[in-house]
Design a protein around this ligand. Structure first.
Ligand code: MFK
Length: 580
């Protein structure tokens, strides 16, 4: 009787398989650029581990989110952030697998970052967001390296890049205050009071500190002079290093955890509001050079963000969606036999391939820079592409993950399938580490600061990638599309160079998107020209290049950035108010 009531059909669920073996583009890319057997077999073994065990730990982190215990049973303030066992296991695993250490291992030469980020790419969707502390840990190691691995941060550097779980440390990055998420220079109120021994005590309120269970942090504050005054704006900010430790009574030294944030997603990871009340700290930068000194961390965390975005698209939805399409029958046949369903997945695949190649190219450039092989040209490209790729892949991830959920029908909307959490987590990728607009403006700033040299490097590199495809007739339409879009972009830049800052500001987002789409087109073409490329690589390049690649040029022709646009945009937004 009960069987008749519930029915006898149960849908098979999608199955996660080894994400390394499942990813033709990743394996093709590595075979082309990094064909070292030991690395490939490490990634394969790690992929196996991810599918068998780690994915379950990541899910456990989502199901057992961190909680804050303010007081012990006897009323003493303890501020313990209690995390799940799985979260702690992921820390140990991160050390053992060298998820930060590989990026600092000189033996992997200029490909160290491609290797490290490939591993993180496999790990990220199963990591229970442990990739967030790893991003900041990596960023902190990079900052320390840039200011000099010497006391008081020598030991910290060793720990951040250690492969031994018992020595491994993670780092926070406490930048955001109530007034300053994006506008850090204006919004940072935290002050640093000099101590007789040369150290400082920090007093302030950090509004959004992710992975707050870290062992140390880098943060910004204003040094107070003898009269208690500070310098306003960015020029008053300095970079500080602080360890998170407890006193003999078990209380956090100089920190009170006000509360944990109640976030839309990324709930696996503790994010807190922190009152800094005399936190002992050391200044790492020259006074007033805080933003410039922490910029290295921003570069690294923005690249990690891009990796997470590409990985969410690739694995969290595409690998599962294509598996599901072999198990789910509707209207008399499997989903995989419905051409429209396959077209939808294929479009997601094209987006994902573009994202992957964009991110890997940034990793390639970073590896070249860190191994001392980068030319001036490479450095310009890295500076320009870091914000472009972060902002572009962040937006792609939200769109692709949302589409991906739909490919599971109503099940994609059901909480305990784990799918809704993927969408929630994707949403943050365009927000933290610089929103889309802030990064679009960063693109303008780096163009201006380099007197256009970053664009010069960009144009030259895209042209060289296209030149490599000349004579490959199957790619002709794609090469023509990218070449045409590049010329339009060059024309736009020439016109824009004589326009006002407000004109450029209105064009900033479209410019960044155009830079990303054209560059991705060139990378897809380049990959399809490789001797072992498959017809699928060519098809993906052709499909990508069918879209409008240089939207900034077409919008410019339509007058979208003219001086009247700003006031008309505002009138439209406040339409109701103006009518009243
Ligand atoms: C899985 C991944 C997980 C990731 C972890 C996420 C957890 C954390 C959550 C967070 O969201 S943490 C907070 C993230 N906050 C931001 O990303 C801040 C966003 N705002 C910006 O990026 C603004 O553009 C910025 C604060 C940098 C603007 O500040 P300023 O003081 O107006 O910068 P300005 O004057 O343009 O530059 C000051 C110096 O820094 C210059 O150096 P110089 O003085 O030597 O010329 C710049 O060249 C340098 N600089 C600024 N941005 C840079 C940079 N250098 C390199 N790269 C950059 N992006």
């Amino acid at each position: 009787f009960s069987r008749a009531r519930v029915g006898s059909f149960f849908q098979e669920q999608p199955v996660l398989k080894n994400p390394f073996l499942e990813d033709a583009l990743l394996r093709g890319y590595l075979k082309r650029h990094l064909p070292e057997e030991a690395i490939l077999s490490d990634l394969n073994a790690f992929g196996e581990r991810v599918a068998k065990d780690i994915d379950t730990w990541g899910r456990e982190c989502e199901l057992n989110p961190p909680r804050l215990v303010h007081f012990d049973p006897w009323g003493r303030r303890v501020d313990h952030i209690v995390t799940s066992e799985a979260w702690k296991r992921l820390k140990d695993l991160s050390a053992q697998e060298g998820l930060v250490a590989i990026g600092y291992d000189k033996s992997f030469g200029e490909w160290r970052r491609v290797y490290q980020m490939s591993k993180l790419y496999i790990f990220s969707p199963s990591s229970g967001l442990y990739t967030c502390p790893l991003a900041m840990t990596d960023g902190a190691a990079k900052v320390i390296q840039s200011v000099g691995v010497s006391p008081p941060v020598e030991e910290a550097y060793r720990r951040l890049t250690s492969r031994q779980p018992e020595r491994f440390w993670t780092s926070g990055q406490w930048m955001t205050e109530r007034q300053g998420g994006s506008d850090v220079g204006t919004g940072t109120e935290t002050v640093a009071i000099p101590q007789a021994d040369g150290s400082y005590r920090l007093h302030g309120f950090k509004w959004f500190t992710s992975a707050t269970d870290a062992d140390m942090t880098l943060t910004l504050a204003r040094v107070q002079d003898r009269s208690g005054s500070t310098t306003p704006g960015s020029r008053g900010l300095s970079l500080f290093y602080a360890e998170v430790s407890r006193d003999e009574d078990g209380r956090l030294r100089g920190i009170e955890v006000q509360r944990l944030k109640d976030k839309l997603g990324t709930r696996q990871m503790p994010t807190a509001e922190l009152l800094l009340d005399g936190l002992p700290a050391y200044r790492l930068s020259e006074e007033g050079r805080g933003v410039a000194s922490i910029a290295n961390m921003l570069t690294i965390t923005r690249i990690h963000n891009s990796i997470s975005a590409a990985a969410a698209m690739r694995r969290q939805v595409l690998q599962l969606a294509r598996d599901y399409a072999t198990r789910r029958t509707a209207f008399g046949k499997l989903l995989k036999d419905h051409p429209l369903h396959m077209q939808t997945l294929a479009r997601m695949e094209v987006e994902t391939r573009a994202a992957f190649l964009l991110v890997m190219d940034v990793c390639r450039l970073l590896g070249r820079e860190e191994s001392g092989l980068a030319s001036e040209f490479d450095r310009h490209l890295l500076r320009l592409l870091t914000p472009v790729v972060k902002l572009f892949t962040g937006k792609q991830a939200v769109a692709v993950v949302s589409e991906g959920l739909e490919s599971f029908g109503g099940q994609g909307y059901i909480e305990d399938t784990g799918m809704p959490g993927i969408l929630r987590d994707a949403q943050v990728l365009s927000i933290w580490e610089g929103t889309t607009n802030v990064l679009s403006l960063d693109v303008l700033r780096c163009v201006a600061r380099s007197s256009g040299m970053v664009l010069h490097a960009y144009f030259a590199h895209v042209k060289s990638l296209l030149a490599g495809a000349s004579g490959v007739s199957s790619l002709d339409p794609a090469v023509k599309a990218v070449g045409g879009a590049l010329s339009e972009l060059e024309q736009f830049v020439q016109i824009a160079a004589s326009r006002s800052p407000s004109y450029l500001e209105l064009a900033a987002r479209d410019l960044a998107y155009s830079l990303a789409r054209i560059y991705a087109g060139a990378l897809l073409i380049d990959h399809a020209c490789w001797k072992d490329a498959s017809p699928n690589d060519t098809y993906a390049a052709l499909r990508w290049c069918e879209q409008e690649l240089c939207l900034v040029a077409s919008k410019q022709k339509r007058g979208c950035y003219d001086s009247s646009s700003a006031s008309m945009d505002a009138a439209l937004v406040y339409d109701n108010l103006i009518q009243k």
